[in-house]
Design a protein around this ligand. Structure first.
Ligand code: 6PG
Length: 466
């Protein structure tokens, strides 16, 4: 048996899927887990690739099985368990070894862990992995953050197991320390916005136009054949076509309307605000999930305030144009956060490359990303996607459609936390003179905070101060 090239510790759903993907791709791996059952289960599942798998009972055994400099991938929760794991593993490793955290982690924790391991002459990699279990097993999109040395060791492995787009692997080095986990976090923020935007359209078609889930699913499937093609549209089409095997109606009607969230969408919104940005479409999606969880309150409020809303039948072609415009704006917001973080942490993020590695394998994969990559390569004005000449015709058609959709839907009583935010974002940024002069006047009035004048005169307070 050949020397394992990489060790995988943590054989839960995602760890096992990544490990199987590696073994299936001809990579020699060593695996272990804290408790023994998942190891035995993995060995059974990996039987067809047994020549490539060495299973060890202990972490010590796993580390001994790896050639130096070691690559040790941990698929365990990136919170306290990761810190406990690092405490345990650091004394067992040798200078130059790399520990890889392939979970969804707060990039601040990744940066701190990189610094912690560097003190011991070790490397720490934050690896964003997208695509769910199926992606991890058959080809995820992967966002690497860490040293050049670790990338040199890991790149051949990641290239083999990653999703491929036009023959190129959807895996790349984003930058040092927390860059990979940050890009993955923003990926998830965009995921939240896209999912909520889809849910808003579903609401309009279902309750405004009175279509059945199956009819709406068929519409998403049709849209998925055009410019809106994306994994999330594809699965929406499928999900809506199912009936409840335990009941007699559509599956979607049997599901409690309280959305879960593990935190990455919220992290995106928080980091955007910390960076002086605001990703209102992502914030809207996070808000929608939080409000959805307040089911009991909504029951009371509906009974008290009335849950009525009017019929509203959006035009399907207008909807397509509006959704495409909104999707451009949602990516524009995501990339603005990436740009702000890249400047703050000096990561030199390559936005075109990020768009490229999101074209396959990940949850937000979409036809539009090919154009987004090209738009960044063409250096859009001010670095802004929504100013990219290649999107001008789409937005020229899509924004008026979005405006009609949002205004009519709001007039009819439908909430649009994401589609509404898209329009306000657009309408704010296209105004050379906004409303902030009044905000400045108010701040000066109550707190003597001062302002700059449009004529540049050296007077910074209003007449209210005498
Ligand atoms: C991915 C997904 C994944 C995420 C789930 C659930 O890229 O494969 O983003 O990382 O964990 O989508 O996220 P929420 O529980 O926050 O919805």
């Amino acid at each position: 048996m050949a020397d394992p090239q990489i060790g995988i510790y943590g054989l839960g759903t995602m760890g096992a899927a990544l490990a199987l993907n590696m073994a299936d791709s001809g990579i020699d791996i060593a695996v272990s887990n804290r408790s023994p059952e998942p190891i035995a289960e993995f060995v059974t599942r990996a039987a067809p690739f047994a020549d490539h798998v060495t299973a060890l009972d202990t972490l010590e055994g796993l580390i001994d099985a790896l050639p130096e400099p070691r690559l040790l991938l941990a698929m365990i929760p990136s919170t306290a368990p990761m810190d406990a794991f690092l405490e345990q593993v650091i004394p067992l490793l040798s200078e130059g070894d790399t520990v890889i955290d392939a979970g969804n982690a707060d990039f601040h924790a990744t940066r701190a862990r990189s610094a912690q391991l560097a003190e011991h002459g070790l490397h720490f990699v934050g690896l964003g992995v997208s695509g769910g279990e199926d992606g991890a097993r058959h080809g995820p999109s992967m966002m690497f953050g860490g040293s050049e040395e670790s990338w040199a060791g890991l790149q051949p492995i990641l290239s083999k197991i990653a999703a491929q787009f036009d023959g190129a692997p959807c895996a790349d080095r984003m930058g040092p320390d927390g860059a990979g986990h940050f890009v993955k976090t923003v990926h998830n923020g965009i995921e939240y916005a896209d999912m909520q935007m889809i849910a808003e359209v579903y609401d309009l078609l279902r309750h405004g136009a009175g279509h059945s889930p199956a009819e709406i699913g068929a519409q998403f499937a049709r849209w998925n054949e055009g410019a809106l093609e994306s994994y999330l549209f594809e699965i929406t089409g499928k999900v809506l076509s199912y009936d409840d095997p335990q009941g007699d109606g559509p599956m979607v009607d049997a599901i409690l309307d309280k959305a879960g969230q593990k935190g990455t969408g919220r992290w995106t919104a928080i980091e955007a605000v910390k960076l002086g940005q605001s990703a209102t479409m992502i914030e809207g999606a996070v808000a929608a999930r939080a409000w959805s969880a307040e089911k009991d309150l909504r029951e009371v409020a509906g009974a008290t305030l009335g849950a009525d809303r009017s019929g509203f039948t959006p035009d399907v072609e207008e909807l397509e144009a509006a959704l495409l415009a909104a999707r451009i704006l949602e990516y524009a917001q995501g990339f603005r956060i990436l740009a702000a973080a890249s400047a703050e942490y000096d990561w030199q993020l390559d936005f075109a490359r990020i768009a490229e590695i999101w074209r396959a394998g990940c949850i937000i994969r979409a036809r539009l990303l090919d154009d987004i990559a090209d738009a960044f390569r063409e250096s859009p004005p001010e670095g802004q996607l929504f100013l990219a000449p290649r999107f001008a015709p789409v937005l020229e058609r899509g924004i008026p459609a979005l405006r009609r959709l949002v205004s009519e839907a709001i007039a009819a009583g439908y909430p649009l936390p994401v589609l509404g935010a898209a329009l306000s974002f657009w309408d704010t940024l296209r105004q050379p003179r906004g409303t902030a002069a009044l905000i400045q006047a108010q701040r000066d009035f109550f707190g003597r905070h001062g302002f700059d004048r449009v004529d540049g005169k050296d007077v910074h307070h209003g007449p209210w101060w005498g």
